[in-house]
Structures are given as C-alpha cells and as structure tokens.
Design a protein around this ligand. Structure first.
Ligand SMILES: Cc1cc2nc3c(=O)[nH]c(=O)nc-3n(C[C@H](O)[C@H](O)[C@H](O)COP(=O)(O)OP(=O)(O)OC[C@H]3O[C@@H](n4cnc5c(N)ncnc54)[C@H](O)[C@@H]3O)c2cc1C
Length: 430
C-alpha cells in the first residue's frame, strides 16, 4: 500500500517536472522567435539588405544580448555572422561556421582569412559547396596553427589544403608531402613551382600530372626558376612596431586625463581602466592624442593611396622613383582578393608583361622614375604609418567598415587585431 502511494507520488512529481520543463522550453522558444522576428523587421527596413546588426556586428558589444539572428543577410548573402567574423573571435561552439554568402564564402572562411579563429579551433573540415574548407582558407593566408596536420584534406576537385598553402607560400619549412595530388594529378610541388614557392632543398623535379607535365616543366613554362624567376606574389601584412607597453600607455593617458580634473592617479588597474573607458565614452578624445603607435604595412599601391589620405598620420613610403625592381626578388605584387583560376592566370600573365616592359625600359637606360609608369596598381609597397590613438580609432572605424575596399578591410583588420591585443582598453570597443 505504502509502496503504491510512493509510486503514484513519484509519477505525479515526474509529470509536474515534465510540464514545468515544457513550459520553460516553450517560453524560451517564444522569446527566441520574438527576438528573431524583431531583428528581421529592423533588418528589412534597411536598403540593400544591410541591417543595423551588420553595423553593430563590427562593434560586437553593441549587438543585443543573446543575439540570435546571425543569418540576416544583405543582398550579397553576407550575413551578420560574416560581418562579426571580420573583426572578432567568435566562440568555439559558434553554430554558424558553415553559413555561406552568395559567392560561397562561409563564416569560417572570413575568420580564417582575418586570423580571428578561436585559439584551439578544430572544425577545419567545414567547407562551402565546392569543398573549400576553413583549413584551405587559413592556409591561403598563413593562419594555420604550427601543429596543423590535415594537409591532405581535399576540396571537390581534389585540391588539398597543402595546395592552398603552396600557392600562397605558407607551407611549413619542413614540409615533405610534395606528391599530394588533385584529380588531374597536379601535385603540391606543381602548385608551389607555379607560384615561385619551392624551397631550396626541393629535388622531386620529375613528379608529373596526368598530362605528363613535370614540376620542372612548370618552372620552365612560367619562367619562375632561380635567376629567371620573374617576380614574387606576396600577401598583405601589418606589423605593430615596438611602442609603449600597455601599462606605460595607459599610465600616460591617465596622467594626461587626470590633469584636466586634478584627480589623483589610480592605485589599481581596474580604476585606471574605468577612467580611460570613461574618457572614451564621454568623447573626451583629445587625451588619447598623447598615445602614439605605428605599423609597418605591406600592401599594394591602390590601398597605399587610400591610406595616405589620412592627414593626421605620418608616413614613410617606398619610392618607385628611386628604387629599382629589376631583381625578381624585389618585383613583388599583391594578388587581388578572391581571384580564382582562370582569372588568376590572366592576372599572372599581365604581371609578367608588366615586368618585361619594366626590365626593357631599364635596359634601354630609362630611369626608374620614368619606367615605373608600367608598374601595376597591385605592385607591393612597404609603408610605415604612425599616428596617435585618437586618429587610429578614426582610421580603424572608417577602414574596417563594410563600405571600405576589401583589401583595405583585410589590412586594417590585421592591424586592429594587434592594436586590440596590445591595448584592449583603447581599442576593444571598435
Ligand atoms: C568608404 C570610403 C570611400 C571613399 N571614397 C572616396 C572617393 O571616392 N574619393 C575621394 O577623393 N576620397 C574618398 N575617400 C577618402 C575620404 O574622402 C577621406 O579623404 C579619407 O577617408 C580620410 O578621412 P578623414 O578626412 O576623415 O581623415 P583624416 O585625414 O585622418 O582626418 C581625421 C579627422 O580630422 C579632422 N580633420 C582633418 N583635416 C581637417 C580639415 N582640413 N578640416 C576639418 N577637419 C579636419 C576630421 O574630423 C577628420 O575626420 C573614401 C573614404 C572611405 C572610407
């Protein structure tokens, strides 16, 4: 009798628990749907499909709490998640790494390119419809971890991650899987040879694809070997130059700011951070002008021209008037964003023609400052750019926005990540 009562009681409790859980789940689902609906309504109000969440995604903290409408897309299929991945490290368990825009760029590709993948990321095989995985994209931009091993992960044409790294010159120094081949037998060595990225120790010249084109043939055909190599294709880069460490920078800015109020310096880092964030929040930005930082950029002439429009920064730019680029190692070009074959090969041909014309001018005694007129827009250049914190905040905001040129966004994304890393209090709200 007592047993039966106990059993009935347990069943009642379980039932009650079940109903309660269901109620909570339904309520959660309803809240989620309502939030999503609101987000969609706001997004529909904006032209071209760009929603206010795209803009807020670049500022991360400004996105609503528990944001859920990551898949809101503009007319190009570019979602809020894509936009967030441009500048922020999304959580490891982010469920939308595979979300694709209209061009097959998935969210993971954006993070792989921008170097914003989580530290211990391991979902390398997530890919777009062409099978181009997050690892392929990270390899292209030299953003794979040191201990990466999935070199043979292949896309739908059999091109391995190693092909991608070979093309961009980002294979590890001790790489030895040269015979990995795509469905046409085109090996990693062929790819590295085509792009002038074979190491000195390479000796497997007879490796052949299904058309019997060997690695040696590739070099002969594209005239890229040793002394005959025509040029180098490089990626953009940004390097933060050595400046004050965060402690010194914050102390300097705090001291300058406290003068205005005659208030005492902080005795602990939390109070200091609160004070500086307060200055930023109140728009008291002139104080930030006391802190200075600089970058060394490698970019193309087009992006360089845009960067040097920032009048409050100081620049030193490689001069095509005085430098000579007849040595193949000095004739460097930046590959345009997202250019795939066969357009990539047409671009390479145009570069070779430019180099031939430039060499012919110099040989005929034309000075470099005149010969430079045949150099391409994507000719690589090195720039030192120094500015104060206030100006950098302005430059980053303008040049990482969705309105900026993709290569400018890439370069400024690289720089902003380093600035945030070193001085989070000054840059992590951007
Ligand atoms: C998406 C985008 C598209 C663009 N398209 C074009 C284009 O088609 N054609 C073109 O010519 N340019 C174009 N630009 C460049 C743009 O016009 C600016 O020259 C460049 O962005 C520099 O910005 P800035 O003047 O704000 O910045 P900075 O020169 O870095 O100056 C910083 C700030 O200081 C203040 N400041 C500086 N100088 C003065 C001044 N003389 N008077 C008053 N205030 C001043 C302003 O508040 C300014 O914002 C474009 C820029 C962007 C981001």
């Amino acid at each position: 009798m007592t047993k039966r009562v106990a059993k009935t009681l347990t069943a009642k409790v379980l039932r009650k628990q079940y109903l309660y859980n269901k109620l909570v789940t339904d309520k959660r689902r309803a809240i989620f749907q309502a939030r999503r609906q609101r987000a969609l309504e706001v997004s529909n109000m904006v032209e071209g499909g760009w929603s206010q969440f795209h803009i807020e995604a670049t500022k991360w903290r400004k996105l609503p709490k528990k944001f859920s409408a990551w898949d809101i897309a503009n007319d190009d299929g570019w979602t809020v998640a894509h936009e967030a991945a441009m500048s922020w490290v999304l959580p490891d368990d982010f469920p939308f790494w595979g979300l694709a825009d209209n061009h097959g760029v998935i969210v993971g590709h954006v993070a792989a390119r921008q170097g914003t993948l989580p530290f211990d990321f391991n979902q390398w095989a997530i890919a777009n419809e062409a099978g181009w995985s997050i690892a392929h994209e990270a390899a292209k931009y030299g953003n794979l971890p040191m201990d990466f091993e999935l070199w043979d992960l292949a896309d739908n044409r059999g091109r391995a991650v190693a092909h991608s790294a070979a093309r961009s010159g980002h294979l590890p120094p001790d790489f030895n899987q040269w015979a990995l081949a795509d469905y046409a037998g085109w090996t990693v060595a062929h790819e590295a040879a085509l792009h002038g990225n074979l190491p000195d120790y390479f000796n497997q010249w007879a490796l052949a694809d299904v058309y019997e084109e060997t690695v040696a043939d590739v070099l002969a055909h594209y005239n890229l070997k040793g002394e005959d190599k025509a040029m180098i294709v490089v990626s953009q880069s940004a390097k933060l130059l050595v400046h004050l460490n965060a402690e010194q920078m914050y102390a300097l800015i705090e001291a300058a700011g406290r003068v205005c109020y005659q208030s005492p310096m902080s005795t602990n880092p939390d109070a200091q951070e609160k004070f500086i964030r307060g200055l930023i929040g109140r728009g008291h930005h002139s104080v930030l002008e006391h802190g200075v930082l600089g970058f060394k950029f490698v970019t193309d002439r087009g992006v360089m021209a845009e960067l040097t429009r920032h009048r409050l920064a100081s620049f030193s730019v490689e001069s095509t008037r005085y430098c000579r680029y007849e040595d193949p190692d000095s004739f460097k070009v930046i590959c345009p964003f997202e250019l795939a074959s066969p357009e990539y090969n047409s671009w390479l041909d145009a570069m070779n023609n430019s180099k031939k014309a430039y060499d012919a001018f110099l040989k005929a005694g034309v000075p470099p400052q005149i010969a430079r007129s045949v150099l391409p827009q994507c000719f690589a250049t090195t720039i030192y750019m120094t500015a104060n914190v206030r100006e950098w905040r302005h430059v980053f905001a303008l040049r990482t926005s969705s309105a900026a040129h993709p290569q400018m966004r890439e370069l400024m994304g690289l720089a902003l990540a380093q600035a945030r890393d070193r001085y989070p209090v000054l840059f992590d709200d951007l």
